[in-house]
Design a protein around this ligand. Structure first.
Ligand code: HPA
Length: 354
């Protein structure tokens, strides 16, 4: 196998110079750099990052632990993380904790054993064991989506304001019985979205009715059951809010099964926009999370932490966008426009007409 010494000999320079060219650790004269790169190309040399790690104690890798990777929301987060990591010269090791606290603790340990330089983790509903494992070993970590406490670096979208906004929109359209299909208990996203629901009701003088709130466990089957339960109430809701994209699917299944038409029989507004939300009939009124930006912000926070291990912990909150379509019962205002092409106003209404 070709070594750095072979490259140095072919280029007529020292091994240290080859190293400076490869690692950008010192300025090298352009003709020397060209000779080194030429020798690397001719000899087919590939740097051995494992050998480099032994010297630097850095692997230039980031461990990412995110459940539900097939959910478009998390897939987009992953894209944001991957792009940011690549730009900074880091590779990614990806694991799926399956939203299971024991599995989560295990995959985080595996990533640490691989000596990733830092981790980005979307915690489960019971993250204490995993958080303690990382804290005891002082592993630079950024938590994402679900918050674990402001003594940690963490990044997530706004949750309370956007749900308050959905309730407000439905209330202003005349609905007084607004149901919520809520997520998995224990997740900060669930707590905050339920809080936004309650605040929205209060702001519009509507009482909180426990029979209008049902837990959908953050997934489709749970939401299907929750929707059946909500609609079996003596005085059923005339509008529903679903607290994530997977639950929107379950709720739509239940509504179809019950023969209910959206929005004629019941209005629907969802947390999470996804690329085909405007292909549904009716087109889904939704809150769009800045998923890629969440991933990119997590990488930035982690790189900051690696550069300044003692800086105070930071929580980054990113604004969502209200994408106004027709499942809420409003009239068609404009032709379908893909979310990416719409104007984004932090916590404001997106007007697809412009
Ligand atoms: N958190 C936030 N948004 C989501 C989630 C989640 O777990 N799942 C789908 N959208």
């Amino acid at each position: 196998m070709t070594t750095m010494t072979d490259v140095a000999r072919r280029a007529g320079v020292s091994v240290a110079t080859v190293s400076h060219v490869l690692n950008d650790t010192r300025p090298v004269r352009p003709d020397t750099r060209a000779a080194v790169l030429g020798a690397i190309d001719e000899l087919g040399y590939t740097p051995n990052t494992l050998a480099r790690s032994l010297v630097t104690s850095r692997t230039r890798s980031i461990g990412l632990a995110v459940s539900a990777i097939s959910n478009p929301y998390f897939t987009e987060i992953l894209q944001g993380v991957e792009a940011g990591a690549l730009e900074a010269g880091y590779s990614l090791l990806i694991t799926d904790p399956h939203d299971d606290p024991r599995h989560e603790r295990k995959v985080v340990q595996l990533l640490h054993e691989r000596r990733v330089d830092g981790m980005i983790v979307a915690p489960s509903a019971e993250p204490a064991g995993m958080v303690e494992y990382l804290a005891r070993r002082e592993v630079p970590t950024v938590f994402l989506d679900r918050l674990v406490g402001d003594d940690h670096d963490q990044v997530c979208a706004e949750n309370t304001g956007p749900v308050r906004q959905l309730v407000g929109h439905l209330a202003e359209s005349g609905h007084t019985r607004i149901g919520l299909v809520a997520g998995l208990p224990g997740l900060s996203t669930t707590t905050e979205r339920v809080q936004g629901y309650r605040e929205g009701l209060r702001a519009h003088g509507l009482p909180f009715a426990p029979e209008l709130l049902a837990g959908g466990n953050s997934e489709a089957a749970g939401a299907q059951d929750a929707t059946r339960q909500l609609l079996a109430a003596p005085e059923p809701p005339t509008a529903l809010i679903t607290a994530n994209n997977a639950m929107t699917i379950g709720t739509l299944r239940a509504l179809r099964e019950l023969g209910l038409d959206v929005p004629r029989d019941i209005a629907l507004a969802c947390f999470d926009d996804f690329s085909w939300a405007d292909l549904f009939t009716p087109r889904l009124t939704a809150i769009a999370q800045p998923s890629k930006d969440i991933g990119a912000a997590a990488v930035r926070l982690l790189l900051e932490r690696l550069a300044q291990p003692d800086r105070p912990p930071r929580t980054v909150r990113l604004p969502c966008t209200f994408v106004h379509r027709t499942s809420c019962g409003c009239a068609e205002t404009a032709p379908a426009t893909p979310p990416a092409a719409q104007e984004r106003i932090p916590n404001g209404v997106v007007n697809p007409a412009r």
